[in-house]
Design a protein around this ligand. Structure first.
Ligand SMILES: [Zn+2]
Length: 360
C-alpha cells in the first residue's frame, strides 16, 4: 500500500489532495498534520465516462480538475455550500484512467459537515424540486409545501416560497407587466374575426394615454372586450342581459371585458362592444328587454346609454337583501306573495354562479 501524492491543482483554495486506497494512511507522510487533507476512498469503477458521470448526483457540483500521471481527476464539491468560501468536507472525485476507458469514483472519508443554517433562503435541491413541481402543474404554495414535506426536503416559509415562485415565473415567462402601448398593439393585432370561429378576438377596445385630454382622475384608461363568434351568436338572440363586476373584471356570459375601472363609461363601453360584435358577425343590433345586475348605478346607466330606457331591471334577491339590511340594520325575509317576481330573481342562477367562479 502506498499513498500517491498528486500534483498541486490550480484553484483558489490550497488544499493538498491525497489519493488513498481504502483510506490506508501513510503515517510517514505526516498527512495528519495538515488539517484539510482529504482521504479518498475508492467507491466504484465504471466502464466508461458516461456511466461514471451519470452516477454523480445532484448534490455535487464540479469544483476543479487535476491532471495526473494516472489520468485526469475531476473533483466535485458539496452543493450545500457556496462555491466561494469554506467548503464542506465531503466531496467526490472521478479519475479518468489514462490507460483505459475506465473511470473510478472516489469519495472522501469525511462526512458532510456543511451547516444547513448557513444556506440562506431555499437550498438548491429544494429550488429544483419546486421548479419541477411547478412545471408539473403543482403551482399553489400550499400544495408545493405539502409535496416538499412528503419528499422530506427542508420546507421553506410561505414568504420564501412566494418570493421564489415570483422569481421563477418572471424567469420562465418574462415580465408579467404589459405597457399600455403593448396592450394597444396586442388589441390591434387581435381585432379581426379569426378564421377559427372558436378563437377569441378583441371585439372592441379603447385605450387612452396620460397625455390625452380626458376627464378622468386616473388619467390612463383601458377597456377591452373579448369574445368569440359562438359566444356572440348566443348573445344575438338574448333578450335578458346580465352584468356584474368582480374585482374590476367584468364577467359576462357573452365575453370577457377588462377595464381599468367600473364606472358607467366602462359599462357603456362593454354594452356598446356587444353591438359592435353583432356588427362583426353580421347580426342585428341587440334590443334587450331586461338587465339582470346588482344595484350598481354604473351598470344601469351604462346600459341605458347604449340600449335606451325601455328595459326592466332585475336584481338578485340576495344582493338587494344585503343592501337593504345594511341600511335598516335588521334581517328581512322574502315574502314571495308581496315581491314582484319581475323585480327580483331569487338567487344567482347556477350558470352565472359557475361562470363567475370559474374565472375568479
Ligand atoms: Zn456537504
Amino acid at each position: 500500500m502506498k499513498a500517491v501524492e498528486v500534483a498541486q491543482y490550480e484553484s483558489d483554495t490550497s488544499d493538498e489532495e491525497i489519493s488513498e486506497e481504502q483510506s490506508v494512511r501513510n503515517e510517514n507522510k505526516g498527512v495528519h498534520r495538515k488539517k484539510k487533507t482529504k482521504f479518498w476512498i475508492k467507491e466504484a469503477t465504471f466502464n466508461n465516462a458516461g456511466e461514471a458521470e451519470a452516477s454523480i448526483k445532484n448534490e455535487w457540483s464540479k469544483h476543479y480538475t487535476n491532471y495526473t500521471e494516472d489520468g485526469r481527476r475531476v473533483y466535485y464539491r458539496c452543493r450545500k455550500v457556496k462555491r466561494r468560501g469554506p467548503q464542506c468536507s465531503s466531496s467526490v472525485s472521478l479519475l479518468y484512467h489514462a490507460d483505459s476507458d475506465k473511470v473510478t469514483m472516489y469519495r472522501t472519508e469525511a462526512d458532510h459537515d456543511h451547516n444547513d443554517n448557513e444556506v440562506h433562503g431555499i437550498a438548491n435541491d429544494v429550488k429544483q424540486c419546486i421548479e419541477e413541481l411547478y412545471n408539473d402543474g403543482i403551482k399553489k404554495p400550499k400544495l408545493i409545501i405539502r409535496a416538499l414535506q412528503s419528499r422530506q426536503l427542508k420546507v421553506p416559509t410561505y414568504a420564501q416560497l412566494n418570493n421564489y415562485l415570483g422569481y421563477y415565473k418572471r424567469k420562465k415567462y418574462g415580465s408579467h407587466t404589459i405597457s399600455l402601448g403593448e396592450l394597444d398593439q396586442w388589441c390591434q393585432d387581435n381585432s379581426n374575426v379569426p378564421s377559427d370561429e372558436n378563437k377569441a378576438f378583441v371585439v372592441s377596445y379603447k385605450i387612452l394615454y396620460d397625455d390625452e385630454d380626458v376627464d378622468d382622475t386616473s388619467g390612463r384608461i383601458f377597456r377591452l372586450f373579448l369574445s368569440s363568434v359562438p359566444l356572440l351568436n348566443i348573445g344575438s338572440v338574448a333578450s335578458h342581459i346580465e352584468a356584474d363586476a368582480t374585482y374590476k373584471l367584468a364577467f359576462h356570459p357573452l365575453g370577457l371585458a377588462i377595464c381599468s375601472n367600473e364606472k358607467a363609461e366602462d359599462f357603456e363601453f362593454i354594452f356598446n362592444a356587444l353591438q359592435i360584435g353583432m356588427g362583426k358577425i353580421k347580426k342585428n343590433l341587440l334590443k334587450p328587454k331586461s338587465l339582470v345586475c346588482d344595484a350598481a348605478d354604473s351598470i344601469t346607466n351604462g346600459f341605458r346609454s347604449v340600449f335606451g330606457n325601455s328595459f326592466d331591471q332585475i336584481m338578485y334577491w340576495s344582493h338587494m337583501k344585503r343592501k337593504i339590511e345594511n341600511r335598516i340594520c335588521q334581517s328581512i325575509d322574502r315574502d314571495p306573495l308581496s315581491a314582484n317576481p319581475k323585480q327580483f330573481a331569487t338567487e344567482p342562477t347556477i350558470t352565472s354562479d359557475l361562470w363567475t367562479r370559474s374565472y375568479q
